[in-house]
Design a protein around this ligand. Structure first.
Ligand code: MLT
Length: 343
């Protein structure tokens, strides 16, 4: 008997019965519903699952999501599709996920920008904590200071001097207000006192095209997005914003080594599902992602991009929830103080 029909039958004509029978009827309904969600979770997934990436294809978020999806499908036994829904610093894609049915088939890929910063930048129409269930923390990405090749600077110190000497604010490519590259830009302005002119794109992949073409001056980018262009010599790298060098790019100094002490930022990512998604389904998605992160071939791919694995003791849904709240408390004051204007 279909779960839904069972609960309907159990509910009719409750109102006409005595109190004790009413209590038994309610308990019956609850039991049926619990049985239903366990049965639903048991069969999950029974068709392809979609991860909504709120930035352009080919960018750092897209690259990480596709590597994980390829491995998650083995565990879930169903295809894991990627849908790029871009715009407004990623808040449009996240909104699409928030409004999706809480059945586990729509997953929101996001990061410090989309699931923390955007709450301090936009009137979102949804609550980043209350309207989403955390699933799992994903690898983090040290940020990197990169510029177009035509800037006559060979060190971070020289780059800062060149930027300061501009008659008008130098241009910095971002993935939109509130995105990781924008928040890194705000933080960079704070520590250097250099005012930047932000040029928003639908992701740092299209921004990178314009940096290579010399249309914009710099990007405070995710290392995984810049590393191939740096290796190809089409852009210039000055420092990574971490207290240790990136294993796959040992020639690039840290900001501490390059003279911008304490300018540290790694962009962590995560997966979420709509509020009220059954806990059993959240657990299945968490397990499939953790299995992918523990897969040696997947780890190699991710680490080659400069990504850092999340600590093993922070892979539970609860750990992501707690981390997200802590990051909101940490970053919102700086972002709100920047008084970011969005149309
Ligand atoms: C992207 O995938 O384009 C990035 O995550 C954008 C960003 O937040 O900077």
């Amino acid at each position: 008997m279909d779960c839904f029909v069972a609960s309907l039958l159990a509910m009719t004509p409750v109102s006409r019965l005595g109190e004790s029978v009413m209590r038994r009827a309610v308990l019956t309904i609850l039991a049926v519903l619990a049985f239903c969600s366990a049965a639903i979770a048991e069969n999950f997934p029974s068709h392809p699952v979609t991860i909504i990436v709120p930035f352009a294809a080919g960018g750092p978020s897209d690259a990480m999501a596709r590597i994980l999806a390829e491995r998650m499908k083995q565990t879930l036994g169903e295809a894991v599709l990627i849908e790029n829904v871009t715009g407004a610093g990623g808040s449009i894609g996240v909104g699409r996920a928030v409004r999706s049915p809480p059945d586990g088939y729509t997953i929101s890929f996001g990061h410090l920008g989309t699931h923390v910063a955007n709450g301090a930048v936009y009137k979102l129409g949804y609550d980043l904590v209350a309207d989403l269930e955390p699933v799992v923390l994903l690898p983090s990405n040290p940020m990197i200071v990169v510029s177009k090749n035509t800037i006559p600077a060979t060190s971070l110190k020289e780059l800062l001097e060149w930027l300061k000497a501009r008659p008008t604010p130098p241009t910095a490519g971002t993935a939109g207000a509130g995105s990781g590259s924008h928040i890194a830009g705000l933080y960079f302005e704070n520590v250097t006192g250099i005012k930047l002119q932000y040029v928003p794109y639908r992701g740092t992949a299209p921004a990178m095209n314009d940096l290579v073409a010399g249309q914009i001056d710099i990007i405070l980018d995710q290392t995984s997005n810049s590393i191939a262009q740096v290796r190809a010599g089409t852009i210039r790298a000055y420092a990574v914003t971490d207290d240790k060098r990136v294993a796959s790019a040992p020639d690039i100094p840290t900001t501490d080594e390059a003279g911008l002490s304490g300018f540290h930022m790694t962009l962590w990512s995560g997966l979420w599902v709509p509020r009220d998604t059954p806990k059993e389904i959240v657990a299945k998605l968490n397990a499939a992602t953790v299995e992918a992160l523990n897969d040696q071939a997947v780890r190699k791919q991710l680490e080659n991009l400069g990504l850092q694995m999340p600590p093993k003791d922070r892979l539970s849904p609860e750990a992501l929830g707690a981390w997200q709240k802590a990051e909101i408390a940490k970053w919102w004051p700086m972002i709100k103080a920047a008084n970011v204007k969005v149309d």
